[in-house]
Design a protein around this ligand. Structure first.
Ligand code: SAM
Length: 305
């Protein structure tokens, strides 16, 4: 084929294509310069190396990707790094799945961890539908926190679960952890202090037909006085200020259960002294992703004793 490039690939049946794509993206091995293609009844995804690959094949490059302005996709919305309406319109024309291009006017801020946006092109909305590993989420970026960057991490936690666990997601947002983990859990309690987030979470629970997720509008700090110490697994994804809720989480986690404590940090092990103060048991630290040149997003898996 002319205009093609040979690359390693992983082949999959169409029904498993989206799950594989997300997995390859999460492991950062999808070759995003090339377009996946059909081959008979299978979809071939180009990957960056031979490890786990099915073979080699020719792929066409993505036609315009390299000269588009820098952006991040969340469902039908693109978040652009520069505030340039002309470039935003060009982006909108080049990507058929987009309905809106936004520019974030602020960093993630406030207790609800949201950002302020300007609409640069397309529909005047901050709401969209996002798909992750076959699950669907209605999100509204202006009123409730959402990040697609933890998609792989959610699957990683799901993979650690045993049968019939009771899970508590203390800072659940619109429900991506809670809904992903519910597929493997007996029950998931999912709390958030932001009414708009809990409202969207309730919609997402229905959208994904989960019958074992309990949305709770509450301050996580109050839950230890209300819920029993019964949880096998507790998710604490409030990276800048989880520390203040660690004592409450420890009171809600059963002996032998696990707390996943997420933090933004500059150095490996930065949060170990704090965790050792409040909890005892085995602690495993993992880097989830880079956040900025100076900081990374880490998770500490704390087995409670
Ligand atoms: N876990 C979700 C996700 O991965 O998309 C959301 C994480 S977001 C970083 C943190 C969430 O914690 C926000 O939705 C915010 O409203 C919520 N939050 C902040 N303080 C809280 C508190 N004291 N109690 C419960 N939720 C809180």
């Amino acid at each position: 084929m002319t205009g093609t490039r040979e690359q390693w690939y992983v082949a999959v049946e169409p029904a498993g294509a989206e799950i594989l794509r997300q997995d390859l993206l999460g492991r950062r091995i999808l070759d995003r310069t090339l377009r996946p293609r059909r081959d008979g009844g299978r979809i071939l995804f180009p990957v960056l190396g031979p490890e786990g690959a099915t073979g080699r094949a020719d792929f066409r490059p993505h036609p315009v990707a390299e000269d588009l302005p820098r952006h991040e996709l969340v469902g039908g919305i693109a978040l652009m790094q520069g505030k340039n309406p002309e470039e935003a319109h060009r982006l909108l024309r080049a990507r058929p799945g987009l309905h809106t291009v936004l520019y974030p006017e602020s960093a993630v801020e406030g207790i609800y961890r949201t950002r302020r946006f300007t609409v640069l092109a397309g529909e005047s909305t901050t709401r969209t539908r996002y798909t992750e590993y076959g699950m669907r989420f209605d999100i509204d970026l202006a009123v409730a926190y959402f990040s697609a960057r933890l998609a792989h991490e959610r699957q990683h936690i799901a993979g650690m679960m045993g049968a019939g666990e009771r899970v508590l997601d203390l800072f659940a947002g619109v429900g991506p952890f809670a809904i992903a983990l519910a597929a493997h859990a007996r029950v998931v309690y999912a709390s958030d202090i932001n009414p708009a987030a809990v409202h969207l979470m309730a919609e997402n629970i229905m959208l994904n037909r989960r019958r074992n997720v309990v949305p709770v509008l509450a301050d996580a700090g109050h839950l230890a006085g209300v819920l029993p110490r019964m949880f096998d697994r507790i998710i604490m994804n409030l990276p800048v200020s989880s520390a203040g809720f660690l004592t409450s989480a420890a009171r809600l986690c059963r002996e032998g259960g696990t707390i996943h404590f997420y933090a933004l940090q500059s150095e490996t092990g930065e949060n170990l002294p704090l965790l050792r103060d409040v909890t005892c048991g085995r602690i495993t630290e993992r880097k989830v992703r880079s956040y900025s040149p100076a900081q990374h997003h880490a998770v500490y898996d704390v087995e409670m004793r």
